[in-house]
Design a protein around this ligand. Sequence first.
Ligand code: NAP
Length: 251
Amino acid sequence: MTTPFDLSGQTAIVTGANTGIGQAIALSLAAAGADIAAVGRTPAQETVEKVRALGRQAQIVSADLSSIEPVQRVVDETLEKLGRLDILVNNAGIIRRADSVDFTEEDWDAVIDTNLKTTFFLCQAAGRHMLAQGAGKIINIASLLSFQGGIRVPSYTASKSGVAGLTKLLANEWAARGVNVNAIAPGYIATNNTAALQADETRNRQIQERIPAGRWGDPGDIGGAAVFLASSAAAYIHGHTLAVDGGWLAR
Ligand code: NAP
């Protein structure tokens, strides 16, 4: 018997799959039955081994996503190596911190290019394939800063607010053609991305006190939401950004 969350026979691209949230999403999708194309600039060897240990296929697709140059190849190589493409998870992302009065063009462009521009053009490349087959699921990784302003992270906030907007726009264009485009907004999750905050004793305490669940999120907390949005259980969900934040936005 299958459940609506069963992903057997499907193939997912997960960007930034070597560590953190991307690795956790890849493993959750694989546990639900999907094969994985682990895309990124650092080879996701550990992720691939863990996916294979779950009995699913996994292949590394090397790509530096700071520009859109590799985007079409990522889709083509996934199809060559794994034979299908059903799910795209745009997870790879970076953050740069500085006061807005001092923020550099380099820090602006680097974050916008990786988090927003590449995300759009990967949606486009995978979307063309999904639209042609009349089915597909796209999950973009947004942020609490898709909803809030944040501080000292102007390009990150702009990029993640952009990701939420883009998710709605693509849903408007593709929902009637069998492709679901949604996003997940992780709360404060313990990964490399937040290492500086975790290491700052005062900020760490303030953050935990502000989270209704009373703890940092674990990357694995995001995996279930990704399985849900990738599955037929989410067939009628379009353009939504789902917060997985221990209640942060409820406060
Ligand atoms: P992470 O541990 O730093 O992982 C980021 C991933 O993105 C890594 O796999 C990294 O690869 C990849 N990446 C960065 N630049 C890349 C590039 N140019 N080409 C290819 N891959 C690249 O951080 P994380 O927390 O898991 O972040 C994953 C996503 O969640 C990001 O979009 C982030 O903005 C978002 N997010 C995180 C939090 C949080 O609290 N942690 C909250 C909200 C949203 P390398 O290892 O090679 O650098």
